[in-house]
Ligand binder design. Structure first.
Ligand code: NAD
Ligand code: GLY
Length: 359
C-alpha cells in the first residue's frame, strides 16, 4: 500500500473523511466498517462494475447487498434511472439504517447520492469515486442531482456522504479522454483561487497526462483540500461555493444543448472557463495574458477550448438563464479576475455575453 492521504470535510459538528491512495478498495475491513447497518445498495455502471464491483461485494459479503449496474454516461443521469434505484432499494427491503454506495464517476455519484437523499427521507451514503473528476470534485461536498432534458442537475438535493474513499489505482483503467476531462476540473481550482497551484499544473502537465501516481495523488489531495475548505464555509452555495462553478454556466448550457451526448462534462467546463476568461478580458476585468495562459494549459491537457460547431448562441443563452445560480430571472455568472481569482457577478448584459457565445 502506497501513501494514504487523509483529509476531512468539517461542517460544524458534522464531519467526514476523505481518504486518497492506491489500493484502498482492497481494504475490505475498512470498507465494511463504512456500512454499519444490515442493508447496502451499490450503485455503479457497466464500465466500472467488471473492474471494481467484486472488491466491494467481497468487502460487504456479510451484508444484505443489492446492486444496480447502470448503463454508463451522462444520458443516464435521469429521473427514470433514479426510479430504478428506488425500486432496487424497495426490493432489498432497505431500512433507514441502509447505506448506499456510489462506485463510479460523477454520474453514478450524483444519482446514487440523490437516491440516498430521498430514500426514506435520507439515508447514509458513501462515495467510492473511480474517475479523476469524481475524486477531485463530485464526490466531495454533497451536491447530488439528476438532469432534465431542460437543464443539468435541475432536480437534486444537498446530502453529504458519510465518507469518500478514492482508490487512485482505479485511474489506471480510466480512458484517456475521461482523464483529460477530470483535469479540466483540476485546472478550475487553480484558475479560480490558487495561482500557485495553477503554476504547479503548468509544470506538471505532462506528468499528469502520463498518470504519474505521485503527481496525480498530489493534485487530487490539493483539489480536495481546496473544495473541503469552500464547502465547510458555504455548504449550500449561498456565496463562495458558487465560485466552484467557474465556466459551468456556459458548460452546462453546451451539454444540455447537445442532449448530454456531445462534450463530456469536464470538456464542457474547459470550454466554459475559456469563454468566461474571454468575457472577462473583453470587459477589462481580467488580464488578456492570463486568459491566454488558461487556454494554453487546457490545450496542452488535450481539452477543447471552443464551442462545438452548430450550437446557436441565442439557444445557449436561453439555457444559461435556467442555471441554478440565477435569482428572480437574473443570470449570475462567475466572472474571472485572472489567475487565482474569481467573483460572482449579476451585471453582465446579454450584449456582452452573446458575442462570446458566437463560434
Ligand atoms: P462519468 O460518471 O460518466 O464517468 C466517465 C466515464 O468513465 C463513464 O463512461 C464511466 O463508465 C467510466 N469510468 C468511470 N470510472 C472508470 C474507471 N476507473 N475505469 C474505466 N472506466 C471508468 O463522468 P464523470 O466525469 O466522472 O462525472 C461527470 C458528472 O459529474 C456530471 O454529471 C457532472 O454534472 C457531475 N459533477 C458533479 C459535481 C458535484 O459536486 N456533485 C461536481 C462536478 C461534476
Ligand atoms: N462542483 C461544484 C460544487 O460542488 O459546488
Amino acid at each position: 500500500m502506497s501513501d494514504i492521504r487523509e483529509l476531512e470535510v468539517a461542517l460544524g459538528a458534522r464531519r467526514y473523511p476523505i481518504r486518497i491512495g492506491r489500493g484502498l478498495l482492497g481494504e475490505g475491513a475498512a470498507l465494511a466498517a463504512l456500512v454499519p447497518g444490515r442493508h447496502a445498495l451499490v450503485v455503479t455502471d457497466a464500465n466500472v462494475a467488471p473492474h471494481y464491483l467484486p472488491h466491494v461485494q467481497s468487502a460487504l459479503a456479510g451484508k444484505q447487498l443489492g446492486t444496480v449496474v447502470l448503463p454508463p454516461g451522462e444520458q443516464e443521469k435521469t429521473l427514470a434511472r433514479f426510479g430504478e434505484v428506488m425500486a432496487a432499494l424497495a426490493a432489498l427491503g432497505a431500512s433507514r439504517d441502509a447505506t448506499i454506495i456510489a462506485l463510479g464517476g460523477g454520474v453514478v455519484g450524483d444519482l446514487a447520492g440523490f437516491a440516498a437523499a430521498c430514500w426514506m427521507r435520507g439515508v447514509r451514503f458513501v462515495q467510492l469515486p473511480t474517475t479523476l473528476l469524481a475524486m477531485v470534485d463530485s464526490s466531495v461536498g454533497g451536491k447530488t442531482a439528476v438532469d432534465l432534458p431542460q437543464g443539468k442537475n435541475l432536480v437534486g438535493a444537498f446530502h453529504q456522504p458519510a465518507a469518500v474513499v478514492a482508490d487512485t489505482a482505479t485511474l489506471d483503467t480510466l480512458p484517456a479522454r475521461e482523464l483529460r476531462a477530470g483535469l479540466a476540473e483540476v485546472v478550475k481550482y487553480g484558475a479560480l483561487g490558487d495561482a500557485a497551484f495553477f503554476a504547479w499544473l503548468e509544470e506538471h502537465a505532462d506528468a499528469l497526462l502520463a498518470r504519474e501516481p505521485a503527481v496525480l495523488a498530489e493534485a487530487i489531495a490539493r483539489c480536495c483540500a481546496h473544495k473541503a475548505g469552500i464547502v465547510a464555509r458555504d455548504e449550500t452555495e449561498r456565496g463562495e461555493r458558487m465560485l466552484l462553478n467557474l465556466g459551468h454556466t456556459f458548460g452546462h448550457a453546451i451539454e444540455t444543448e447537445q442532449g448530454y451526448g456531445g462534450l463530456l462534462h469536464g470538456e464542457a467546463v474547459a470550454v466554459g472557463m475559456v469563454l468566461a476568461a474571454r468575457l472577462s478580458a473583453q470587459l477589462g476585468r481580467a488580464p488578456a495574458a492570463d486568459a491566454g495562459r488558461l487556454a494554453t494549459l487546457l490545450t496542452r491537457l488535450g481539452l477543447p477550448t471552443a464551442i462545438p460547431p452548430g450550437l446557436d448562441p441565442d439557444a445557449l443563452l436561453a439555457r444559461m438563464r435556467l442555471d441554478k445560480k440565477a435569482v428572480s430571472g437574473t443570470l449570475r455568472l462567475i466572472v474571472w479576475r485572472g489567475l487565482g481569482q474569481a467573483e460572482i457577478a449579476n451585471d453582465i448584459p446579454d450584449t456582452a455575453l452573446l458575442p462570446v457565445l458566437r463560434p
